[in-house]
Write a protein that binds this ligand. Structure first.
Ligand SMILES: C[S@@+](CC[C@H](N)C(=O)[O-])C[C@H]1O[C@@H](n2cnc3c(N)ncnc32)[C@H](O)[C@@H]1O
Length: 446
């Protein structure tokens, strides 16, 4: 494993910042942190660390966090997922609830996600009093987010029609969200590592919490902790939306995975039944015009659903329900039949994933078979990497992540139904490689 490239003296600072933000710092983030820390005149004394840990050091700490936080965002980011959110969650909620909806974009960066959600609410005819709260750890990001004003280039991603309806020309060739939508946005600086979490008006839960492309940077422990805390803030029938690059391999008992053709979301456990148009576990799938498998039947979820879910990185891989594995002997790698066989096996792995418990040799076996059938099924290779990573086999995990990344970069990987789209999977693989190559990192400073 490559030796750490940062000065040893800064490691307690790294550990503190990692703990405060929840992030598993990459080498690049460590280098950025070091640049900031070494640029200050006083040096890296224990007193300075204590200062950062005290309320008096909040502004200095905020600067360090800004230097390492990844604020990349876009209007209408990940359209297939948003389309599923619109069709299966927001639209039905508007029809069913007949009251203002309360949404939260946790880790909203510079506000593009908040604007997207406000536009989507308007487009599905939500009650005009519906609200979207945007929060982020970065004060700088929140200050920019409050403007809800974007460049012409950013606006290119907004579906035409919506662009004309909901944005107005502003100074400097920019475009601002229309006033009555802007009024429905609220912004707060909030660190997802800190309790209490925000509530909607009058202490109520949120109908939808969107926390996308935030937890991908977190350590496995922080990831799990944040997901559990977000689940507590969901209203009855509320839905949690993570990005496709942040799969939960083991859904917490408070959540149930609700799966649609091109996306999956997490509902409060007791209300998963409400989403009757979700793909039932084990539903037969037929090819759709989009090339992604379509759902063959639509049935309500069973009362105790064995829904699919993916473990958070580093969580224990789920046990496999006893099922007979169909052998792929009759199909050769690379054939269309092999691909659908691999997809079916992969779907089974996803189905098992929410059952909890220890890793099972059958799970690895299923993934190995998937990969024998389709070596470029990068989603399966990514899961294999996760499995090896949580077993502590970091070098082997890196090999799997690298292979997955290569086939994605070289355009050989097929899109995988219900899982990360390839662009996001590529980000997840690159992030995983950084993580396993860095190893467990410095011990947290106490
Ligand atoms: C890559 S952006 C994602 C923005 C948006 N959700 C999207 O998907 O386009 C990640 C954001 O998470 C924020 N973030 C990182 N750690 C956080 C924490 N502990 N609490 C709250 N926000 C955090 C960062 O400041 C950054 O703005």
């Amino acid at each position: 494993m490559a030796p750490p490239t940062f000065p040893l003296a800064s490691s307690p600072f790294h550990a503190f910042v990692a703990r405060r933000t929840g992030m598993a710092l990459s080498d690049l983030q460590c280098r950025r942190l070091d640049e900031k820390l070494t640029a200050r005149p006083g040096g890296l004394s224990p007193q300075y660390l204590m200062h950062l840990q005290s309320p008096a050091g909040a502004a200095d700490l905020a600067e360090l966090i800004d230097a390492i936080s990844v604020q990349k965002t876009e209007l209408f980011r990940d359209e297939p997922q948003l389309e599923a959110l619109r069709t299966h969650v927001l639209g039905p909620m508007v029809a069913r609830m007949r009251r203002p909806l309360r949404l939260w974009s946790a880790g909203c960066a510079t506000g593009e996600e908040v604007a997207t959600l406000l536009v989507m609410l308007a487009e599905v005819g939500a009650d005009p009093a519906s609200t979207v709260l945007g929060t982020d750890i970065s004060e700088t990001a929140i200050t920019r987010a409050r403007e809800l004003c974007f460049s012409a280039e950013q606006l290119q991603r907004v579906p035409s029609g919506a662009r004309e309806r909901w944005f107005l020309p502003a100074a400097g060739g920019r475009f601002t969200l229309v006033g009555h939508l802007k009024d429905r946005a609220g912004f707060e600086c909030h660190n997802l590592m800190d309790l209490p979490y925000p509530t909607a008006a009058e202490g109520q839960g949120f109908d939808v919490i969107v926390c996308r492309n935030v937890l991908i940077y977190f350590s496995p422990e922080s990831f799990e902790r944040v997901v559990a805390s977000l689940a507590v803030r969901l209203a009855p029938e509320g839905m949690l939306v993570l990005s496709a690059a942040e799969p939960l391999l083991r859904t917490p008992p408070t959540l149930r995975t609700v799966r649609y053709e091109q996306a999956f979301f997490y509902a409060r456990a007791q209300e998963a039944m409400a989403f009757a148009d979700a793909v039932p576990p084990g539903a037969p799938r037929t090819p759709s015009s989009s090339g992604l498998p379509a759902v063959g039947t639509r049935q309500p979820l069973p009362r105790t659903p064995s829904v699919s879910g993916l473990p958070a990185v580093g969580t224990r891989f789920p046990a496999v329900q006893p099922q007979r594995m169909e052998g792929p002997a009759e199909v050769q790698p690379g054939e269309a039949g092999a691909h659908s066989e691999a997809d079916a096996l992969f779907a089974k792995v996803l189905e098992w994933a929410s059952s909890g418990g220890e890793a099972s040799p059958q799970t690895s076996e299923a993934l190995r078979r998937c990969l024998a059938l389709d070596p470029d099924l990068s989603a399966a290779r990514y899961l294999m990497g996760m499995l090896l990573e949580q077993r502590g086999a970091l070098a082997e995990a890196a090999v799997e992540y690298r292979r997955a990344l290569r086939s994605l970069e070289e355009g050989r990987a097929r899109a995988t139904p219900f899982f990360l789209n390839n662009a996001r999977l590529q980000v997840a693989c690159a992030r995983a490689i950084e993580r396993v190559e860095r190893g467990p990192g410095p011990a947290p400073a106490r």
